[in-house]
Structures are given as C-alpha cells and as structure tokens.
Design a protein around this ligand. Structure first.
Ligand code: NAI
Ligand code: MG
Length: 492
C-alpha cells in the first residue's frame, strides 16, 4: 500500500505554529475508495491539548478586545481565501472522505466559504438590550464571549462542520481549539492554514487525534469554557458528562433516524427524487439528517417503491474524483462493516423484503474500496433495529401506513428528533403533520440540505442547541452580562 511522508500542510495548528504532536506519533489517513494510506497527520494527545488550550487562553486576552466588526472583516477575508481554494479543498475532502467530488465535496467547499461570509457579516449583530427600569436606572446587557471553546467534529462533512464551529466562535470573540476527526483531518488542516493567514496567532488552534485520547482530553480540560460537539449520540453523552463536571455550556449536534411521510396524493416523480435527496444517497447516507425511514401510504406503497427503485438505480457509484460519479465510498472499514451488518440483518429476516441493493460487490473495481450499494427493504416495521438505529449508510426502510395518526405516532416513536420530511399537495394536511412531528427541522415537499441562516439542530437525543444561524451563534457562543447603573446618585 502506498505510504507517503508527512507534508507540511498536514501539521496541526497550535499557537500560530504548524507543529507535529508532542509524542511524534502520527495517524495514517486512508482513501476509502481504494483503502490505501495516502497521508499521515499528527496524533495529538493530552500534552498537545494542554498546550493548545493554554495558547487559546492566551490568545483570548487580546482577541476579545478586537472590535467585532474587525473580527468580522477577518472572517470575510477568510471567506474570499477559501473561495479561491475551493477546488483544492474539494479534492482533498473527496480523497479522504470518499464523498463524490461533483455531488458532495465541491458543494461542501463552496458552502464553507459562504459560512465564513455569513458569520463575518454578523459581527455587528452581537448586540445587547436595555431594560426600561425608569429614569433613574440604566440597565443593559452585553453579549460577551465565553472564552476558550473546545470543539470536536466528525468526518462526514469535515470542512463545513469545522467552519460551523470556527466562524461563529471567533466572530463572537472566543478563541477555539478544534479537534478534527481522525478519518478526515486533511481538509480541516488545509482550512486551518487558510484561516491562519488572516488571524492573529493562537486564536484558532486545530488538533488531529483520536477521540479517546485527544477528544477526551479536550472535553475534560479545565481551561475549556464551552464545549461544542457534532457526532454520535453515544459520544455526545460523554461530552455532556464532562461539561456537567465543570458546569460549562455545551452544544450537541447528534444523530438522527429521520422520517419521510408520503401522503397518497404525492405518488409522483418529483417526490421520488425528493426522497432520494432527503435520504442523502449521494453522500452514502452518511448524514445526520438522512430521511432513512420512509413512511408510504399503503394505497401507493408498491407503485411508489417501483419508481424509487428505478430512479435510485440510476445513481452511479464509483471513484469519488470522477466527475460522472454520483455516489462514493463509506468512510472507513469499521463503518463499512457496520453498514454491511445491517444489510445482513435485513437479508436474514424472513419478514423483510429486499427491493433493491444488498451486500456490496465482492469483485470488480468497487470491491477495492468501501462501496456500499443503495439498499431498500420494504414492508419494514418501525420496531426493527433497522428502523430504530442510525445506520449511517445507504440503507432505507419503507414502512406502510393507512391512518395519519399511526404514521405520526411511528414517526415520533424514536429517541431521535433531528429532521423530518412531509410530502403532500394538500398543504394544510402537510403543515398539520409537520407541526405534530417531533423534529428540529421539518421540510415539506423538499429534501434539501441546511440553509445558512436557519436555526438547525435537534430535539430529544438528536442534540441541544442550534447552528447555522445568528440566534444559534448568540446562544451558543456568547454569555449575557447585565450591567445596572444608578443614574440618581446625589450631587457631590
Ligand atoms: P464519533 O461520535 O465517535 O466521532 C465524532 C468525533 O468525536 C470524532 O472527532 C471522534 O474522534 C470524537 N470522539 C470519539 N470518541 C470521543 C470521546 N470519548 N471523547 C471525545 N471525543 C470523541 O462517531 P464515529 O465513531 O465516527 O461514528 C459512529 C456513528 O456515529 C456513526 O455510525 C453515526 O451513526 C454517528 N455519527 C453521527 C454524525 C452526525 O453528524 N450526527 C457524524 C458522525 C457519526
Ligand atoms: Mg466512535
């Protein structure tokens, strides 16, 4: 297998310097499309975390005093610099994540620039309030930064998710130590290098390391004053426990098992395309918002599935860097095996009907990478493991319903509550349903990705807090201080 030495671009950013880990240890980065190692990054441990948090704490003393609009201007410059490098970023993302360049990696790089631009423009919105307490009192609030933010992100949209932590945290005057995911650190390091050219040293610190050593040390570090995590619900709970120990605020963007509810009047091709988009098949469904439980009205069940199978079969699996590829590879062997395990379970069930897909190809070019085929099981029941657990792979379950109350009850019978999709031409019916579904985000008659400016986040075990918006930035990355002034002191 191809082995390369560490390139300068694959060093961590710590206190304004590009560094190796204190131990000198590294992590191999694999290309999921061919399983080959193509780069190494530093393996940060507790010592690196400690240095990074101390550097960020030092940086905070000056950064908090930089006028917000000036901070915003730096973010706007970063947006331009990212935009100039979107193609290099996109290729790096595609190579390390296995996400297809055309359908995923390129849009991710473009959205990253937009995220910096959006938050850069919000710097003057970090406003407080005055309280009407009478003529002899002035009472006002300030939105102050919290301090050093400890941020931990996953690998499924690594650069975009890094931007969603970095931009709002820095805009509001915090400094940050961000840990990239071990499976997709290179795009994030590239982003760090771009940012660093436009920021004072130590404001942004980016570490690469495993969750158990680097991530755990970061979440437990006493110098970290705010924790922001995106990833599995399981690890999210550990982060929240650490936050509880020190009573620091925590934001969590966790998993999902999102329902798509299709009414009988929505038995149409555009809905089929919407279901494919909502399922995020072109990201191998490695998305927390994936609409992975398809609730089809029984009167259209078979006909709709037939169309869905036909359209989904058009998706081209293959080399993520090939412009004609729609769908790339699963991130790593562990996730690949996990996805295969769910497919096997479906195949083993006598009551599950496989209508497309199945286990991955065992020969040919696709067998060289972690390629999973789009797979649909029909006549599923909402209590199967396949319908309850987040598979994070292209495995869709289709469940019948007759009564809308039943459909909504099943949709809500989940410990998750991130996204939902409702499909009907009867807008009254669609909105009544949308209002009853327990989810942070419901889309009606579309299955799009998150939009900048919307407050995005989950209910139940899908998370706490909102991202992507002004409100999310203020709630997650500032703390309010009240200042009350007596205007009626006696004359001297
Ligand atoms: P994970 O939650 O273990 O990893 C996410 C991040 O947390 C990574 O940076 C990892 O290094 C870090 N981490 C892991 N253990 C940690 C710990 N003890 N303390 C601090 N940080 C830690 O997710 P993983 O293992 O990559 O995927 C497992 C499952 O999680 C997936 O199958 C999927 O169901 C879910 N997931 C959900 C995501 C989402 O966007 N909601 C993203 C990634 C995974
Ligand atoms: Mg894990």
């Amino acid at each position: 297998m191809q082995d390369t030495t560490v390139a300068p671009a694959s060093r961590m950013l710590l206190g304004g310097d590009f560094v190796d880990s204190a131990s000198g240890e590294t992590i191999a980065v694999r290309n999921p499309a061919n399983r080959g190692i193509f780069a190494h990054v530093p393996r940060a441990g507790a010592e690196d975390v400690d240095r990074a948090v101390k550097a960020a704490a030092g940086g905070f003393e000056t950064w908090r005093g930089v006028p917000p609009r000036e901070r915003g201007r730096m973010l706007l410059r970063i947006a331009d610099a990212v935009e100039a490098k979107t193609e290099a970023l996109a290729r790096t993302i595609a190579t390390e994540t296995g996400n297809a360049l055309r359908t995923q990696a390129r849009p991710e790089a473009a959205l990253t620039a937009d995220i910096f631009r959006y938050f850069g423009g919000l710097a003057s919105e970090i406003k407080g309030e005055t309280l009407p307490l009478g003529e002899h009192v002035l009472s006002y609030t300030r939105r102050e930064p919290i301090g050093v933010v400890g941020a931990i992100i996953p690998w499924n949209a690594p650069v975009l998710l890094a931007a969603l932590k970095i931009a709002p945290a820095l805009c509001t005057g915090n400094t940050i130590v961000l840990k990239a995911a071990e499976d997709a650190p290179l795009g994030v390091l590239m982003l760090a290098a771009i940012c660093e050219e436009h920021l004072p040293p130590a404001v942004l610190n980016v570490l690469t390391g495993y969750g158990e050593d680097c991530g755990a040390a970061l979440s437990a570090h006493p110098g970290v004053r705010k924790l922001s995590f995106t990833g599995s619900t399981e690890v999210g709970k550990l982060i929240m426990e650490e936050a509880a120990r020190r009573v620091v605020p925590v934001s969590l963007e966790l998993g999902g098992k999102s329902p798509s509810i299709v009414f009988p009047d929505a038995n149409e091709d555009w809905v089929v395309d919407g279901i494919i988009a909502a399922m995020r098949f072109t990201r191998q469904s490695q998305s927390c918002t994936a609409g992975s439980r398809l609730f089809l009205h029984s009167s259209i069940f078979d006909e709709f599935l037939e169309k869905l199978v036909a359209r989904t079969s058009d998706l081209k699996l293959g080399d993520p860097l090939d412009e004609s590829t729609d769908m790339g590879a699963i991130i790593n062997e562990k996730q690949f095996r996990k996805v295969c395990g769910y497919v096997e379970e479906g195949l083993d069930r006598s009551d599950a009907r496989l209508v497309m897909g199945g286990l991955p190809p065992e020969s040919g070019p696709l067998s060289e990478g972690f390629f999973a085929r789009p797979t649909i099981f029909a006549d599923a029941s909402n209590d199967w493991r396949l319908a309850r657990e987040e598979i994070f792979g292209p495995v869709l379950v289709a469940i019948r319903w007759d009564d809308v109350d039943d459909a909504i009850r099943m949709a809500n019978d989940s410990h998750y509550g991130l996204a939902a999709f409702v499909w009907s031409r009867d807008i009254g019916q669609a909105l009544r349903t949308a209002h009853r579904v327990e989810a942070g985000w419901v889309q009606v008659n579309q299955g799009m990705g998150q939009v900048i400016g919307q407050s995005y986040g989950g209910v139940k075990q899908s998370g706490i807090g909102r991202e992507f918006s002004l409100e999310g930035m203020l709630d997650s990355f500032t703390q309010k201080k009240s200042v009350t002034v007596n205007l009626g002191i006696p004359a001297p």
